[in-house]
Design a protein around this ligand. Structure first.
Ligand SMILES: [Fe+2]
Length: 256
């Protein structure tokens, strides 16, 4: 089984870029299941309901989110209704939407979980490790294999996940930094892991924003408005291969 994960979509143009190509990529790479992180599809303000629907209609089996997802109030009702779009699982239960879903993957039941880190991010949230553990025990017997998008900033926090859940979650990948890491590995009990899968966005800028506005904010310490980057768009991703017992056998970084 081949599963593709695409990194954070940084703006509406980049969403169209991957949406127009995703069915072709699925066919060419013989992909069985696709997870796309779209938390910046509206450019630092989450993704709208229309954008989430566009991705699902374009070949994404599940769309995951992150620290910006719930900022986009237009998506709240869609998140409540859809079993294909997630917000992080460690928000309070009063938050709109769900942090996990079980959907079909070629006759198998894929459990997809989205969790948010707390280091450098949102310390008020529930512990992501115990939140994921609760999902695994609540859904025990209801899924064949599990995938986790851990949307977090610190690699030291991200790496706890595969060490803690090796053999229990087939695929654990990180998102949020928009820079793909080269630390992909398969853990002893069969969990495939990479700290960050990268982004789908414009390359002429700083992780999806224009360099000018980030310089003004960072060097000039001025409250400059964020502007999207420009230049070529490309999409970073990772293809994971699982065997018939849902253990990872291969993990390959890709760019489209
Ligand atoms: Fe993020």
């Amino acid at each position: 089984m081949r599963i593709l994960a695409i990194g954070d979509i940084t703006d509406p143009q980049s969403l169209e870029y991957i949406a127009e190509r995703l069915w072709d990529i699925r066919a060419r790479e013989k992909i069985d299941f696709v997870v796309v992180n779209a938390e910046n599809a509206s450019f630092i303000t989450g993704a709208s309901a229309e954008q989430l629907k566009r991705l699902i209609d374009s070949g994404a089996d599940v769309v995951t989110g992150g620290n910006h997802t719930l900022q986009n109030k237009s998506a709240h009702a869609f998140l409540d209704d859809s079993d294909r779009a997630l917000r992080p699982v460690n928000y309070p239960p009063t938050a709109p939407g769900s942090g996990y879903t079980v959907v079909d993957c070629n006759g198998y039941r894929a459990l997809v979980i989205n969790a948010l880190g707390r280091v450098n991010m949102e310390p008020r949230l529930d512990c992501p490790f115990t939140a994921v553990e609760r999902v695994l025990s609540r859904e025990e017997g209801n899924f064949d294999f599990a995938i986790l998008d851990f949307h977090a900033d610190a690699v030291g926090e991200k790496l706890v996940m595969p060490h803690y859940f090796d053999g229990k979650i087939s695929i654990i990948f990180g998102t949020h930094t928009h820079v793909q890491t080269a630390d992909e590995q398969i853990f002893p009990k069969g969990t495939a892991y990479i700290s960050d899968i990268g982004m789908c966005g414009h390359r002429n800028g700083i992780i999806g924003s224009s360099a000018e506005c980030i310089i003004e904010r960072t060097v000039g310490c001025m409250p400059a408005r964020y502007e999207p980057a420009d230049g070529e768009i490309s999409a970073d991703g990772v293809i994971f291969t699982l065997d018939s017992s849902f253990k990872a056998t291969e993990i390959k970084r890709v760019k489209f």
